[in-house]
Design a protein around this ligand. Structure first.
Ligand SMILES: *Cc1c(COP(=O)(O)O)cnc(C)c1O
Length: 224
């Protein structure tokens, strides 16, 4: 697997130079991460707390680690000291836990709220009503150790590009709709984390500000 060649190809296909490329290194060895690092990547995504906390100390300290997977509340404490951005916040309870762990170590923890945009129901995420309750509710205002930066979503796994596009558009519209409402100071809806190996081009066309790309960089994953 020529990681550098893959990265060069992906980067040259980017129409938006402001879109951040996050290399999703889950299941991949540290040597692969090092190769991507040497090719200039500084943002890496992992979806398991254990794997993330195993890998991070062994790799360059200026890597920005993104937690992109479903996060259990009892595991927040392990990543709270160093995680750069938690993408998959999908409940008020989880948000409260992150705030609590941030408070213990006096660190404001950047988060994205994950929205359920896919038509399949296997994917995690908030629906619009739940998003509204969090954003406009009383509790968020007093969370001094949370910084909400935007929204994250995963499109349906399908060949139907128009459907994927509709789902990404729905995420952007949701962001735009609430970005203009009066949000607490710890909340800004700027970032849109959307797009993976199969659909990142569509996501970028629809306004993605961060794409999470794994297999197109590192090759297929073997879960053994
Ligand atoms: C695995 C994963 C990705 C990357 O998937 P690829 O199809 O390999 O690019 C992106 N986002 C999340 C949340 C993931 O779990």
């Amino acid at each position: 697997m020529d990681i550098k060649a893959n990265l060069d190809r992906i980067k040259s296909s980017f129409e938006n130079p402001n879109c951040l490329l996050i290399a999703v290194s889950k299941t991949k060895p540290e040597s692969d991460i090092q190769a991507a690092y040497e090719a200039g990547i500084r943002d890496f995504g992992e979806n398991k707390v254990q794997e993330l906390t195993d890998k991070a100390p062994k790799l360059p300290q200026d890597i920005r680690w993104h937690m992109i997977g479903h996060l259990q509340r009892n595991k927040v404490k392990y990543i709270a000291p160093f995680v750069h951005l938690i993408h998959g916040v999908d409940s008020l309870r989880l948000l409260k836990q992150i705030n609590k762990e941030g408070k213990k170590i006096d660190r404001v923890i950047p988060c994205l709220l994950q929205i359920h945009i896919a038509e399949e129901d296997s994917k995690f995420g908030l629906d619009e009503k739940e998003l509204k309750e969090i954003l406009l509710g009383e509790e968020l205002k007093s969370m001094n150790f949370i910084a909400i930066k935007g929204l994250m979503g995963m499109a349906t796994f399908t060949e139907d590009n128009e459907r994927i596009r509709r789902e990404f558009i729905s995420l952007r519209k949701l962001r735009d709709a609430y970005a203009s409402s009066s949000l607490p100071p710890n909340t800004e809806l700027k970032e849109l984390s959307m797009g993976m190996s199969a659909d990142y081009k569509i996501a970028i066309e629809e306004g993605s500000s961060m794409v999470r790309i794994g297999s197109a960089i590192f090759g297929e994953r073997n879960y053994g």
